[in-house]
Design a protein around this ligand. Structure first.
Ligand SMILES: O=C(O)CCC(=O)C(=O)O
Length: 312
């Protein structure tokens, strides 16, 4: 990939994180284009653990056919139904909770989101070989009025951690710089692209390898084609600045402290696990006025339901 490719937005900018770390040019490219591929975050050992965890959760979905926290293509009792998404995966799986405490991932997020980062959504989005419909062109949920003014430059970020390869015909596509578009331009473009089954006009593919992480600004227009006969599993962790959540929502003030407890617990669990003894744990240091983890009783679950904590 050349510098010209990245500047012109014809390719997703990328960062070889274990070789260079996150450099100012990576931050600039992410701020501008609304997307950044971080290559090689996970070690083979951790990747194997999280892949196994992903498989277990999907196997459980198939065997229980439960609709609790699980999105299906059809009502789950129907024979052609297939699961495509599981919510609150940090609560459901120890390897994924350990992943949520990943120091390098959290340092990247601290650089981009700011020191008061909090984790918000945690989900696994996947395509089983039974197939998954297209994900229509969209911006992510929990948007603000005047969202571009709040986060056009990208402090609300979804980090997609890839457990399987994502080649061009089974990957997320995104439109660089759409993170700065007005609501009207976003709606018109998404509506136009979504008229046909799969239209990639103006978009670039985010081709990913297992262990890579795709960062996208939640305002960046993105979508994914329908697939059949192919597997792709991605763990999505969304992060927001605690001060934005505190002042504007979409969650309540209490939510900030609860999710800080989740983050601190995941970091602590990872630091106590002998497999990660050679790592420097993430040092979570939000501004003093936003250290809210002592505001409520200690949590006994990592599942903090959005619907119990909406402000609007
Ligand atoms: O991984 C994918 O296919 C896209 C997921 C996505 O865009 C979403 O869940 O909002």
């Amino acid at each position: 990939m050349t510098v010209a490719d990245v500047r012109s937005g014809s390719r997703v900018p990328e960062c070889d994180i274990r070789r260079t770390g996150l450099l100012p040019e990576h931050v600039t490219a992410f701020r501008r284009q609304g997307v950044l591929a971080v290559r090689g975050l996970l070690t083979q050992e951790e990747l194997a653990d999280v892949r196994e965890a992903g498989k277990t959760l999907i196997d459980q979905a198939w065997s229980t056919r439960s609709m609790d926290d699980i999105v299906w293509t059809l009502e789950s009792h129907l024979p052609d139904a297939a699961p495509t998404r599981i919510e609150y995966v940090v609560d459901k799986s120890r390897p994924i909770a350990l992943l949520a405490g990943h120091p390098l991932l959290l340092r990247i997020m601290e650089q981009l989101v700011g020191p008061n980062l909090i984790p918000t959504w945690d989900s696994m989005v996947f395509k089983t070989t039974a197939g998954a419909p297209r994900l229509a062109w969209h911006r992510d949920a929990g948007l603000y009025d005047n969202a571009v003014g709040v986060t056009g430059m990208g402090r609300i970020i979804d980090a997609g951690i890839y457990l399987d390869p994502a080649p061009e015909d089974n990957c997320v596509w995104c439109i660089p710089e759409s993170n700065y578009w007005s609501d009207e331009r976003f709606t018109t473009t998404a509506d136009r692209l979504n008229v046909s089954e799969w239209d990639t006009t103006g978009a670039v593919p985010a081709v990913m390898a297992p262990g890579d992480v795709l960062l996208h600004n939640i305002l960046t227009l993105h979508g994914a084609p329908a697939v059949v006969g192919k597997q792709r599993r991605v763990i999505y962790f969304e992060y927001r600045p605690g001060e934005v959540e505190w002042q504007l929502g979409p969650h309540t003030e209490d939510y900030v402290g609860l999710k800080q407890q989740v983050l601190r617990s995941c970091v602590g669990m990872r630091a106590a696990d002998p497999r990660f003894s050679d790592e420097e744990p993430f040092d979570y240091r939000p501004a003093e006025s936003l250290q809210r983890w002592g505001d409520q009783p200690e949590i006994d679950t990592f599942r903090v339901p959005h619907e119990e904590n909406w402000r609007w």
